[in-house]
Every structure is written in structure tokens, then in C-alpha cells.
Design a protein around this ligand. Structure first.
Ligand SMILES: [Fe+2]
Ligand SMILES: [Fe+2]
Length: 284
């Protein structure tokens, strides 16, 4: 019997595998489903380079019945050492094509329905980015929030390597993604609950415990705050913060499912849990 007390297939999730680190690659190499019918949600930041991302998703898609991927900021970087110099939306589209060749579900595909225990639920992979609207306290605009962050020396590497092309800014790309995604979510049948999967948290609250609060600017958008309620989420799955935990907002379970960097997971008292069980809901 698979762990966590269930005999049937499970809906599992992980994120921030960052397989460029050999220790993380080894963990992915050893990651196996409990049953051949298990699904795996991969909530972004698989790696920084296309070859690494392809290796990880190919490895996982051979083992799990269904793999669902959403992009993280690192997946979308145009890193100076990346041999394929695609930027912004073109890189995203390239990743979508790579996933399709591997049979991995992306935010551009029809949303699959998990019909196993805890279902039926619509599994909606989302790509909505951030728009600097999680502003630091006491700042009146995204521009002021950003200049405060630069002054404090707390600046995401996205500022160098995450390109918005062909959009003028990341906020404009985010705006386009929010509008497109809202249109698709609004078409869902209201009687079916959802599992919303996004790299960034959909609500701001989980960013409150970050070591550098100003970093929240690179962590989401206020425009998704009511999505979990509006689109009947049973669970919200996300990563990016590298703070794996369960929190509840408006009565809805939010699961941060990241692995994170070896220097982060090695110093914790408990070994990393990848993947995490989403459905059926784990017993407390
Ligand atoms: Fe990450
Ligand atoms: Fe991230």
C-alpha cells in the first residue's frame, strides 16, 4: 500500500526541483509513484536550462500516469549559459512544445479531470506571473517598491534574466496572462471543484513569513486573491517561496510543495518530502 493510508491512486505535487543541483537531480532520479496510476503536479522551477528541464520532465512522465507542469520564473530565464537564446514568451512556447512532445499537460492544454479518490476535480495549471503589486509596506506604487528594494539590495535575479519579450514589461505580460486565464477559468462548470496549480502563490498571505519581505514583489499579483473562492478551489498548489507548508485562506487549503535548494532543505530538521499528497486529502 502506498504511504499516507490510501490504497488507490493519488494526486501528488512537487515544485522547485532545481535539478541543476546534483543533490536535487538525485532526488528526482529516485522519485517514484506509489501506484502507476498516480498523477504528479510539477509547479515550476524545474531548472534553469532547457536540457535539465527536459531530462526531469521526461524522467517523471515515464513514471506517472499524468504529469502536469506550470512554468516557474527560473524555467523562463534566459540564462547567459543557456545555449538556446529564446526570450520571454518564445521561451515559454518552446517549453510548452517540449512538454507536449513528452505528453506533459501545460497551462495551454485542456484542463484534465482527476477522477480518483477526492475527485472529481478539474486540475487547472495556471501561468500568471507577478506584477510587483505585492508592494513593501509604506510604498505607494510598484516603482517606489522596486526602488526601495534596489536601495536595500534585495533584488531578484529575475530582473536580469527573466525577459518579458514581446511585452514591454513583466507586469504587462502578467496582465495578459491574468486576462487569458480568467477567461478559461470562467468557462469551467461551476459544479466541479478545482485544484489550481500555479508557481506563485495566488494570495499574498504566505509571503508574510519570508526572510526579506520586500522580495514579495517577485512573488505574485493581488489580482488572483479571489480566484480560489471564485473558481471553487478544493486545493491551491504552488511553490516559489521555498517554504513548504500547508496554510488555509478563506477556508481553502493552500499547499506550498517546493523542494528548494540543497542548502535550504539540508538545514531543516526533517528530510524533504517530495512529492506531497494533494488528494485524497491527507489525514492530519
Ligand atoms: Fe524556486
Ligand atoms: Fe520561483
Amino acid at each position: 500500500m502506498p504511504p499516507n493510508g490510501t490504497a488507490g491512486p493519488r494526486l501528488l505535487a512537487t515544485s522547485d526541483l532545481h535539478v541543476g543541483y546534483p543533490e536535487n537531480r538525485e532526488l528526482v532520479q529516485g522519485l517514484r509513484p506509489g501506484s502507476a496510476s498516480d498523477w504528479l503536479l510539477v509547479a515550476g522551477d524545474v531548472g534553469e536550462f532547457l536540457a535539465d528541464i527536459e531530462w526531469a520532465l521526461a524522467t517523471l512522465s515515464e513514471r506517472f500516469a499524468t504529469v502536469v507542469w506550470v512554468p516557474g520564473n527560473h524555467d523562463l530565464w534566459t540564462h547567459p549559459r543557456e545555449p538556446v537564446p529564446l526570450r520571454g514568451q518564445q521561451r515559454y512556447q518552446h517549453l510548452v512544445e517540449m512538454c507536449r512532445a513528452l505528453g506533459v499537460v501545460t497551462p495551454e492544454d485542456p484542463y484534465p479531470v482527476w477522477a480518483g479518490e477526492g475527485g472529481p476535480v478539474v486540475v487547472a495549471p495556471l501561468f500568471v506571473l507577478y506584477d510587483y503589486s505585492f508592494r513593501p509596506a509604506g510604498t505607494a506604487s510598484p516603482a517606489e517598491g522596486l526602488s526601495r528594494a534596489y536601495a536595500d539590495g534585495v533584488v531578484s535575479r529575475d530582473e536580469r534574466w527573466l525577459r518579458p519579450d514581446p511585452f514591454p514589461t513583466l507586469a504587462a505580460w502578467c496582465d495578459d496572462r491574468v486576462a487569458k486565464t480568467e477567461r478559461r477559468l470562467a468557462e469551467l462548470p461551476p459544479e466541479l471543484p478545482t485544484v489550481l496549480v500555479n508557481h506563485f502563490p495566488l494570495v499574498r498571505e504566505p509571503t508574510a513569513v519570508m526572510r526579506y519581505p520586500a522580495f514579495a514583489q517577485w512573488c505574485g499579483t493581488v489580482r488572483t486573491a479571489d480566484w480560489p473562492v471564485r473558481y471553487h478551489a478544493e486545493v491551491v498548489v504552488y511553490g516559489h517561496l521555498h517554504i513548504p507548508r500547508t496554510t488555509w485562506h478563506d477556508g481553502i487549503r493552500h499547499e506550498e510543495v517546493s523542494l528548494g535548494y540543497p542548502r535550504e532543505w539540508r538545514r531543516r530538521a526533517v528530510a524533504p518530502v517530495i512529492p506531497r499528497q494533494i488528494l485524497p486529502a491527507p489525514q492530519p
